[in-house]
Design a protein around this ligand. Structure first.
Ligand code: NDP
Length: 299
């Protein structure tokens, strides 16, 4: 397949591009940056701004959109919240508008999304069949983002909303920050420790996207999470066990709420989300158990 990936320079996109190229696909990484070059013949960088430039490729089979301003790189001021929202909604709108003009549109459109869609809860379990959604900033952002992507479905592309859980990888994502206190012998439970953390190993992210590209029956919401979410307390204890470091120093909620403001929800609240659709379609996770995943990533 000829596959375009916007935001393909990021944490998930760079691993995904390599994985799909290894499977023999031709990958076009669409980026806002000029002059990026690849050492591989079947990965090409293409400079493109989705909001105001004509789509530069004419024959692609699948489009994967991962672009968006990072959500965890600074306090959520009104200005930053606006950038987080518009960098997703307007970019997706621009992409779909450009794809609509093509005489040969891609058959498949995968749009990044997030399990933040479901809102936060200590006691509920969410699957793709859940009929409720959250009302907080992340949930409302995701809802608008998916709404823009849904126009690709109306144009006849098989559209998938890839609702990522907390993606664990070696380079990038949340894990390097989460293990740092443990490496400094100051790890401990964050907040109450009862908040859910629906994690997924990066290998399962790329395998599941590849599975969804090939499986014609998959469309709509797709939760990219491991089948066994854990509480934040168990997450911390497992990091400590794998790194053989102490888990002594709890970080109470209040100072974090004061320090991080509304963004503290990223570590103090969570949701238990199961990957029902992929499992029903026969996807088998490489990492279902957190300790195995962390042992692989931190070895
Ligand atoms: P990254 O932040 O690593 O990469 C996202 C890419 O988006 C960047 O490489 C950049 O590409 C592009 N980008 C950054 N800022 C903007 C902007 N203001 N406007 C347009 N494009 C921008 O993200 P991840 O790979 O971690 O995640 C991919 C998507 O999945 C993101 O949208 C993220 O919100 C979502 N997600 C990720 C999770 C995770 O655990 N990692 C969890 C839930 C959702 P370039 O500069 O080349 O144009």
């Amino acid at each position: 397949m000829e596959i375009a990936i916007s935001g393909g320079t990021g944490f998930i996109g760079s691993v995904l591009a390599t994985h799909l190229a290894d499977k023999g696909h031709t990958i076009y990484i669409l980026t806002r940056s000029a002059k990026l070059t690849s050492t591989r013949a079947n990965i090409r960088f293409v400079q493109w701004n989705a909001e105001n430039e004509t789509f530069p490729l004419s024959r692609i089979d699948a489009f994967i959109n991962l672009a968006g301003e990072p959500i965890n790189s600074g306090r959520w001021t009104q200005q930053r919240k606006a950038r987080i929202l518009t960098s997703r909604v307007q970019t997706t709108q621009g992409i779909v508008r450009q794809l609509a003009k093509l005489s040969r549109r891609p058959r498949i459109f995968v749009n990044a999304s997030a399990i933040g869609y479901y809102g936060t809860s200590l006691d509920k379990t969410f699957t793709e069949a859940s009929t409720t959604h959250g009302t907080d900033f992340l949930a409302t952002t995701v809802i608008q983002w998916e709404k823009e992507a849904s126009h690709a479905q109306l144009l006849g592309m098989r559209t998938i909303y890839a609702r990522f859980g907390v993606v664990l990888g070696r380079k990038g994502g949340a894990l390097p920050r989460m293990i740092l206190p443990y490496k400094l012998f100051s790890g401990g439970t964050i907040g109450s420790g009862k908040q859910w953390l629906s994690w997924i190993h990066i290998d399962d992210v790329v395998n599941m996207i590849s599975f969804a590209l090939e499986n014609e029956a998959i469309q709509g919401a797709l939760n990219l999470t491991a089948p066994r979410p854990v509480t934040m307390q168990d997450f911390g204890k497992t990091i400590a066990k794998v790194l053989r470091k102490p888990h002594y120093f709890p970080i109470p909620s209040l100072p974090l709420r004061i320090l991080l403001g509304e963004m503290s929800t990223l570590v103090l609240d969570g949701q238990r989300v199961l990957p029902e659709t992929s499992v029903q379609h026969g996807y088998i996770h490489s990492y279902s158990n957190l300790e195995d995943a962390l042992t692989d990533l931190l070895k």
